[in-house]
Design a protein around this ligand. Structure first.
Ligand code: SF4
Ligand SMILES: [Zn+2]
Length: 458
């Protein structure tokens, strides 16, 4: 029996968006020569290139790739060196506590990455006899937090597997090289990018090749200021051809004739302006081409998801001796395990009810109303997480050294009174450090104010 269902039309991809064998050969040669002459010296690259122990290579690349997700190379360098000198092998990391791991990670953000590294190290030691899996699929399957990109990076850079990688830099370079103007996040585009990456990767030097494409995206084919004039791949670049007024049509037509000879006649003579085939699924549509943008017409992103706006109150409870009260977040979820000032959610639509809500919720910490209402508003602190624009309304509340006894609500793992120094060396988020700074700068301003009044009065 034939099931009734939605018919799916086949994906149409014009040959403009693919590489011929000759182009693959040329691209590898040009890109690797450029990489050999210009690549940045990075500590994890040195380990991957010189270390004889495959586990040490895999471990170094894994740590670096986890750190590099969402974080710039320049920031990662010092964190990576500190991490590797503290835990030179996966066995050393597996023996660390999560608290220690979070401490070394503090300031890099997205703390779930640190937790996954720790979990993965324990898994490698306990379940895999201390040996990293050998190929991309097993790495993805076995290591928590390792997806297709990270698995491919470890497999190619550390273990020499011939698999391509696709990240934001690779997407941009490929989209420009092959004139791919469809939404970069659409499944058809994603699949095509991976198939191009797997086709292009050089079997002789897979790790170097993958790093070379990513490095080109990071240093030459950048999002806003691409340096096409110094790009080794200019002669293979569709976006560059299109951005050159007058040469545009001739260059692309000549590319097509060359490709069509080896692929059959599908596109010969059909190149018109921006779209290679009327029904092509990967072309930028003619009406979307903006000649003032040049190569930056590529890649094209889908709709950006709007950040969520959230507001909460943070209350710094401080004793006369200067110690501050901190709570430890739950083991899972956003900012898991980190230490923070007590925070109070402000969910009411009505801003006028927020003050009352803070007083009430402070009772959860056993702070009596008489104390709670003497809190001082310090300032608003804005912090942007990946999808949340978080405003903290920061308050300070001075308490006696002994009373009241503050009680930690059960939604936290625990609590502790800490000095400033203890807090700064604990596992905490950048947002909390920002809050402490805001309080200190307001105290500083107050001191200057009272000093000025004093000087003027006498
Ligand atoms: S020529 Fe320009 S757009 Fe094309 S790959 Fe090079 S830098 Fe990128
Ligand atoms: Zn097309």
């Amino acid at each position: 029996m034939v099931k009734a269902g939605k018919s799916v039309s086949p994906v149409v991809i014009g040959s403009l968006h693919k590489f011929s064998e000759v182009e693959v050969f040329q691209l590898r040669e040009k890109l690797l020569s450029h990489y050999d002459a210009n690549h940045r010296i990075l500590p994890w690259r040195s380990i991957a290139a010189t270390e004889l122990d495959r586990n040490k290579r895999a471990y170094a690349v894994w740590v670096s790739e986890m750190m590099l997700q969402q974080t710039q190379v320049a920031t990662v360098m010092s964190y990576f060196e500190k991490w590797i000198s503290k835990w030179p092998t996966v066995a050393d990391l597996s023996k660390a506590t999560l608290e220690e791991v979070n401490q070394v990670w503090a300031g890099l953000g997205y703390y779930s990455r640190a937790r996954r590294l720790h979990e993965g190290a324990v898994k490698v030691m306990e379940d895999l006899d201390g040996e990293f899996p050998n190929d991309r699929d097993s790495l993805v399957e076995q290591l928590p937090g390792v997806g297709r990109y990270t698995g491919s990076a470890i497999a190619s850079i550390a273990l020499g597997s011939c698999v391509g990688v696709v990240d934001g830099n690779v997407n941009r370079v490929m989209a420009r090289l092959r004139g791919i103007g469809a939404d970069i996040t659409a499944q058809t585009t994603v699949d095509h990018m991976w198939s191009l990456a797997d086709q292009l990767v050089d079997p002789e030097r897979p790790g170097d090749f993958n790093q070379a494409v990513m490095e080109l995206g990071a240093t030459v084919c950048t999002p806003k200021t691409p340096s096409c004039s110094s790009c080794p791949l200019q002669s293979l670049c569709v976006a560059y051809c299109r951005s050159q007024d007058g040469h545009q049509k001739a260059s692309i037509n000549s590319h097509f004739k060359k490709v069509s000879k080896s692929k059959g006649k599908e596109d010969e003579g059909s190149v018109k302006d921006i779209e290679c085939l009327p029904e092509c699924d990967l072309c930028l549509r003619k009406e979307d081409w903006d000649s003032s943008l040049g190569v930056q017409n590529y890649p094209r992103k889908g709709q950006k998801t709007q950040s969520r706006l959230e507001t909460s109150a943070v209350v710094m409870l401080q004793r006369m001796n200067g110690q501050m009260y901190f709570v430890q977040r739950p083991k899972t979820g956003l900012l898991a395990n980190l230490w923070e000032f007590p925070s109070i959610s402000l969910t009411s639509e009505e801003e006028s009810q927020w003050e009352e809500s803070i007083t009430q919720q402070l009772q959860e910490f056993a702070v009596p109303q008489s104390y709670a209402s003497s809190r001082i508003f310090v300032s608003d602190v804005l912090h942007i997480f990946s999808h949340i624009r978080q405003t903290y309304k920061v308050y300070k509340l001075l308490l006696d050294d002994k009373k009241p006894e503050v009680v930690c609500p059960s939604r936290y793992q625990g609590s502790q009174w800490m000095t400033r120094e203890e807090f700064m060396s604990s596992a905490t988020s950048t947002a909390m450090k920002k809050i402490l700074k805001a309080v200190e700068s307001s105290e500083q301003k107050a001191k200057v104010f009272w000093y000025t009044i004093f000087v003027l009065a006498y």
